[in-house]
Design a protein around this ligand. Structure first.
Ligand code: C2E
Ligand code: CA
Ligand code: CA
Length: 501
């Protein structure tokens, strides 16, 4: 309620009371007292009584509204837990008290892993409801035993002093399973899971600020490790976070100054041995320092919103280089170019035009382009990705599912997707001659793909045995160190000249 409304409410109650008093008090007194002198005495007492009564009325009205205001500033309106500011305030007081008693305290930060996805898929109302249920689960388990707060949108905080003699890890395991039991209406395959960062006072931080920083770093580490992780602060995290920040700053410069480069790994038809295409892989060579591998900097870029400019760069550079040597085209040395795209490329699907802008370097024929998206990225963003995938297909661009076999897509899901190729993950390729289970799995993938009229390509082929086995299984294409490592453009030109089937 606004201050104006609160003041208006108090005034209205006061005026109503005053009017009723004037209207009725005199007639009530007159009906009991008729004697004039007694009446004047009673009138005086009545005046005093009125002052007393309105005093009490004022007390309760102002007390009530001040208390309401205080709850508003202390508590989070949605969950009723302490808000960030008040949580920090009360934690500070708790730490000061515990410090004097030489006692300890554990600060626990809890982040809901897939909240953004729940909000996007199920809607904000259901999202709010989930947050309330999480707050209830926390209150039921920890009320009276811990300081509880909502730290940010999908982040909660708990502070437990060692006076409570709680087994923290056991309690957190119980909490995890209570949270996992929360169901998301209309999206039964989504469930709530938490990543947790822990820091203790005074070991990991002897002030409010340093304790919160330590717990935040532990939580960041848990987020990197993924689903359901609990991490206790380790002093390394501070250094690692620092070096991640430094690397991120360098990566930004590298992107802006176009210091990244691309290499090409040829792909082959197993039956004809002809080159069917190349996969473009990004490289980051740092001047005077060791190179950083893409599976290190791409996830970093994904977390920091830097992946769009990387995808832009890779597309532009690859298309320019391949055009320069006149390699790309249906009837040319390289019939298709395969480009890796990230799940984050699907985030701003409203800008589909923006998505396609990056292929404008290729005139109008986009049928030589293939986009690789990993199975896991696709499954996590399925609803968002599907319309864009159809648009991509309608523009003539092909779609390949990368690292296939590591995610959980079913035949039913695959049938809905406009996919041209499945890329069998290299972990299977490499075990195919050693491990019967992997062999059976690859067989099943190839059979399923064939039934859906989708091509298969096995990546990471390193030995002749693997290649022969794949040929026997009737896998169509292969890629790997056996035939060629990723090559720079000039090396690729040489390779093509030497590789005449
Ligand atoms: P990926 O898409 O699965 O790429 C294949 C990776 O396997 C490449 O590593 C490649 O060098 C490596 N490889 C190729 N043949 C063999 C083999 O026979 N044996 C073994 N052991 N490895 C082989 P790279 O280039 O380090 O890339 C790693 C990952 O980084 C890629 O995995 C991809 O997920 C990501 N990545 C690379 N370039 C890009 C890019 O331009 N954009 C995006 N979004 N991701 C990229
Ligand atoms: Ca790939
Ligand atoms: Ca792959």
């Amino acid at each position: 309620m606004s201050p104006r409304r609160i003041a208006l409410r108090i005034t209205l109650i006061y005026v109503t009371f005053g009017v009723l008093w004037i209207l009725f008090s005199d007639s009530i007194v007159a009906s009991f007292v008729t004697d004039v002198t007694t009446l004047s005495k009673v009138q005086t007492y009545k005046g005093w009584f009125y002052v007393l009564l309105t005093g009490v009325l004022f007390f309760f009205l102002t007390f009530g509204s001040l208390k309401y205001q205080q709850t508003l500033t202390e508590r989070d309106a949605l969950t009723g837990l302490l808000n960030r500011h008040m949580f920090r305030n009360q934690l500070d007081r708790l730490l000061q008290r515990l410090g004097k008693q030489h006692s300890h305290c554990t600060l626990i930060l809890i982040n809901l892993e897939n909240f953004r996805q729940i909000n996007n898929t199920a809607g904000q109302q259901i999202g709010d409801n989930i947050l309330k249920q999480v707050a209830n689960a926390l209150s039921e388990q920890f009320a009276e035993k811990a300081l509880l707060g909502r730290f940010a949108g999908d982040e909660f905080a708990l502070a437990i002093s060692d006076e409570q003699k709680l087994d923290i890890f056991e309690s957190l395991q119980i909490l995890q399973s209570n949270l996992e039991a929360i169901t998301v209406p209309a999206s039964p395959d989504l469930n709530v899971s938490a990543r947790i960062g822990i820091a203790t006072y005074p070991e990991n931080g002897d002030s409010l600020k340093s304790l919160v920083t330590a717990a935040t770093l532990a939580l960041e580490e848990a987020k990197i490790l993924g689903s359901g992780q609990i991490r206790v602060y380790n002093h390394r995290y501070g250094e690692e976070a620092q070096s991640r920040l430094e690397m991120l700053a360098e990566l930004r410069t590298a992107i802006n100054e176009e210091q990244l480069s691309v290499v090409y790994q040829p792909q082959f038809n197993l039956a004809t041995r002809k080159i069917t295409g190349v996969e473009v892989l990004v490289r980051w060579h740092r001047e005077g320092k060791t190179s950083v591998r893409p599976d290190v900097f791409i996830p970093l870029a994904e977390q920091s919103g830097l992946v769009h400019p990387i995808t832009d760069f890779v597309c532009k550079k690859a298309i320019q280089e391949l055009k320069k040597y006149d390699l790309l085209g249906k009837k040319k040395a390289i019939p298709k170019v395969s480009i890796n795209i990230s799940a984050r490329d699907f985030d701003h699907v409203s800008g589909a035009d923006r998505f396609f802008e990056r292929f404008s370097y290729l005139d109008d024929d986009w049928s030589t382009i293939q986009l690789e998206i990993t199975e896991t990225a696709l499954m996590e963003n399925f609803d968002q990705a599907l319309p864009l995938l159809h648009q991509i297909r309608d523009k003539g661009i092909r779609i390949s599912i990368d690292d296939f076999g590591t995610g959980y897509s079913s035949l039913g899901v695959l049938r809905k997707l406009p996919v041209r190729e499945l890329k069998i993950d290299r972990s299977f390729t490499q075990e195919i001659t050693e491990n019967e289970n992997d062999l059976q799995l690859v067989k099943a993938i190839i059979a399923m793909a064939r039934s859906l009229n989708i091509k298969t390509l096995a990546e990471g082929v390193e030995t002749t045995e693997q290649a022969l086995m794949l040929k026997e299984l009737e896998c169509e294409e292969i890629q790997g160190f056996l035939m060629s490592p990723p090559l720079e453009i000039e090396q690729l030109v040489d390779f093509i000249a030497r590789h005449q089937p």
